[in-house]
Write a protein that binds this ligand. Structure first.
Ligand code: HEC
Ligand code: HEC
Ligand code: HEC
Ligand code: HEC
Ligand code: HEC
Length: 472
């Protein structure tokens, strides 16, 4: 019987190819796996090779063997019908009393166990590889570079991609693998949109992701936030804004402040366009059962299919992929000294250099340098010599700022992914808090400046409130 089977395999080229492919991939797989066990890790590409591509060939080869036999039989049958050949023999009878048959069966059982071990090891390792941040962030390289770069500069740089994008449990895992396969195809055939569209409509609800690490109703209370900005004058005059944000949270049985929206008993849902930029009617249910509908003055032009339940992401839409605007970045760099604030007009010139349109990141690097150096050697020739080091440092940090936020190849320009946490750089809270969403009894979703914060100082050179706080 064994001879019979080998004969069948070797007589048909498809099964033979299957045997070769399976054997070769098994050898490659075992070698790569052994290398990994020894402690050598070759990065995401070796992982993808060893645990995804090679096993796929292994399984493909295995499937080719029975397929080849089936095809050969069918051909022989057809030939027999045409009277060209003898009909194929009937299936062999498996008689366990025959020693040879028993040995053959044992041989195949052993081979199958080896195969199962290889396939399950590969599956386990493959899943592990796909769950790593390196895989998510670098496998599709240029496509995910913006998300990966901005992620690495965020407070969640140590949180794995899968903890926010997949979470725990089998059903989301399967969902993510299905959409992941499509994403792989779209990258291979260049079908994906640039920039990658946001919001992510099938993102797992925050309850199963963010709330696994953050307690939603933790009482945060008031949070003092001091924002430092610099003017575009010769002296780059420093100005401070101080706001006391009423983040709030739950205290005892009631909650208040900004985190009131995500209290266990509070349900806010809303209609909007696909981008969630224009918000239509807002529905609210309170713990005591009160139900209110705040009607919008204008309905969104292209409404999304379903109402959305508000969660963390509706405010914290950029917890991890944080793209900043040029003035935010320059202010931060001037504040912490990466850019020397004694360089005259550096804020104004840096803004110009960063905001100019560039076709590629390489072109931007070069032209930012030319713009800054050019300005100082033309306008302040002496200073260009005495402060050449400070100018060089400013150039370097502006180049870094540009490459952390802008990807012309992915069509990501300044502000492509706005943050909704606030109202100064995008509409954010004011999408609802516009005094235009009104309930039947006349309640408004308020834009009263003191609802969310007390503005303690706004654009002041030396705010009294900070002096008082810092007094010894
Ligand atoms: C702290 C949670 C968190 C982590 C960690 C995280 N993401 Fe995201 N990601 C988000 C949220 C939230 C959004 C935007 C959701 C929205 O607005 O619908 C998003 C959006 C995206 C998008 C769509 C484009 C965009 O910016 O809106 C991609 C692609 C993406 N993430 C990839 C990744 C990759 C790759 C990693 C790991 C390197 C990662 N994410 C890690 C929370 C996270
Ligand atoms: C695996 C755990 C984990 C998950 C999941 C997670 N976070 Fe965090 N998050 C952290 C940790 C840890 C920090 C504190 C980082 C620090 O202080 O350096 C943090 C910080 C934050 C902060 C404060 C940032 C700041 O600037 O101080 C916000 C806001 C936040 N997370 C929101 C979210 C949101 C929204 C989600 C869901 C999309 C989320 N987190 C998912 C662990 C997590
Ligand atoms: C209505 C908008 C809104 C919603 C919804 C919201 N947050 Fe916040 N959250 C804020 C604002 C505003 C701040 C203060 C931001 C700042 O300091 O700049 C904040 C601050 C935080 C902080 C930092 C707190 C600290 O100790 O300093 C964490 C962590 C956080 N949020 C997590 C979450 C999580 C998790 C959810 C979902 C359960 C959530 N938030 C829902 C608006 C919101
Ligand atoms: C999807 C719509 C929506 C968005 C977006 C939204 N809110 Fe609200 N918010 C509401 C509704 C509805 C109420 C209740 C209005 C009322 O009192 O009748 C409310 C109430 C509040 C309250 C009062 C809570 C209390 O103590 O009773 C605060 C503070 C607040 N929002 C802050 C914010 C901040 C800050 C943001 C942006 C980071 C924001 N909201 C974004 C819908 C929204
Ligand atoms: C629905 C809540 C809400 C309302 C209403 C609101 N703000 Fe704000 N505002 C915020 C939040 C949240 C931030 C903090 C954003 C951040 O973390 O960067 C903020 C920040 C600010 C800042 C500092 C930001 C900066 O970059 O300078 C100023 C100034 C400010 N608000 C002024 C106002 C004024 C004036 C009004 C009244 C017209 C107002 N806000 C109404 C939520 C609100």
């Amino acid at each position: 019987m064994m001879k019979n089977l080998f004969a069948k395999i070797s007589r048909n080229p498809v099964s033979l190819l299957g045997v070769v492919v399976t054997t070769v991939s098994a050898i490659i797989f075992l070698t790569l796996f052994a290398i990994e066990l020894v402690g050598f890790s070759g990065g995401p590409y070796v992982g993808i090779m060893a645990f995804l591509i090679v096993p796929a060939f292994f399984v493909g080869g295995l499937l080719l063997i029975p397929f080849g036999i089936w095809r050969a039989r069918r051909k022989a049958k057809q030939a027999a019908e045409r009277g060209e050949e003898a009909a194929p023999e009937a299936f062999p009878v498996i008689d366990l009393n025959v020693v040879k048959v028993r040995k053959t069966l044992l041989f195949f059982a052993a081979l199958s166990i080896v195969n199962v071990i290889i396939v399950s090891t590969a599956t386990y390792k493959g899943v592990e590889v796909m769950g790593t941040t390196k895989f998510c962030g670098t496998a599709c390289h240029s496509v995910m570079a913006p998300e990966y770069t901005t992620y690495q500069r965020s407070p969640h740089a140590r949180v794995k991609c899968v903890e926010c994008h997949i979470g725990s449990g089998a059903s989301w895992f399967v969902k993510s693998k299905l959409s992941g396969s499509w994403q792989l195809v779209s990258v291979l055939f260049n079908l994906y949109e640039r920039p990658i569209p946001t919001p992510v409509h099938n993102l797992r609800p925050a309850r199963d992701t963010c709330e696994q690490c953050h307690w939603p109703t933790k009482f945060v209370g008031d949070r003092l936030k001091v924002i430092t900005k610099f003017d575009e004058d010769e002296k780059n005059t420093e100005k401070k804004t101080a706001v006391l944000l009423h983040v709030g949270g739950s205290m005892g049985s009631t909650s208040r402040g900004i985190h009131w929206h995500v209290d266990r008993g509070v349900h806010v849902s809303y209609a909007s366009d696909e981008k969630r930029e224009t918000i239509g009617d807002v529905e609210l249910t309170l713990p005591d059962g009160t139900h209110r509908i705040y009607k919008a003055s204008t309905a969104p032009a292209k409404p999304a299919k379903a109402m959305r339940n508000m969660d963390c992401i509706d405010c914290h839409n950029r917890p991890s992929h944080i793209y900043r605007l040029p003035d935010e970045e320059i202010d931060a760099a001037l504040f912490d000294g990466r850019i020397d604030r004694s360089l005259p007009f550096i804020h104004r010139e840096a803004m110009k250099a960063l905001k100019a349109p560039y076709a590629t990141r390489e072109e931007a690097q070069e032209k930012i340098r030319l713009a800054i150096q050019g300005f100082y050697s033309a306008t302040y020739p002496d200073l260009a010599k005495t402060k050449s080091q400070a100018i060089e440092a400013a150039v370097k940090s502006l180049q870094g700022i540009y490459t952390s936020n802008v990807w012309p190849s992915m069509k990501i320009a300044w502000g492509a992914y706005p943050s909704y946490l606030g109202h100064t750089t995008a509409t954010g809270c004011f999408r609802c808090h516009d005094d235009e969403h009104k309930s039947a009894e006349g309640r408004k979703i308020s834009q009263d400046c003191s609802l969310c914060h007390s503005v303690l100082a706004q654009d002041e050179a030396d705010p009294k409130i900070l002096k008082d706080l810092l007094q010894p």
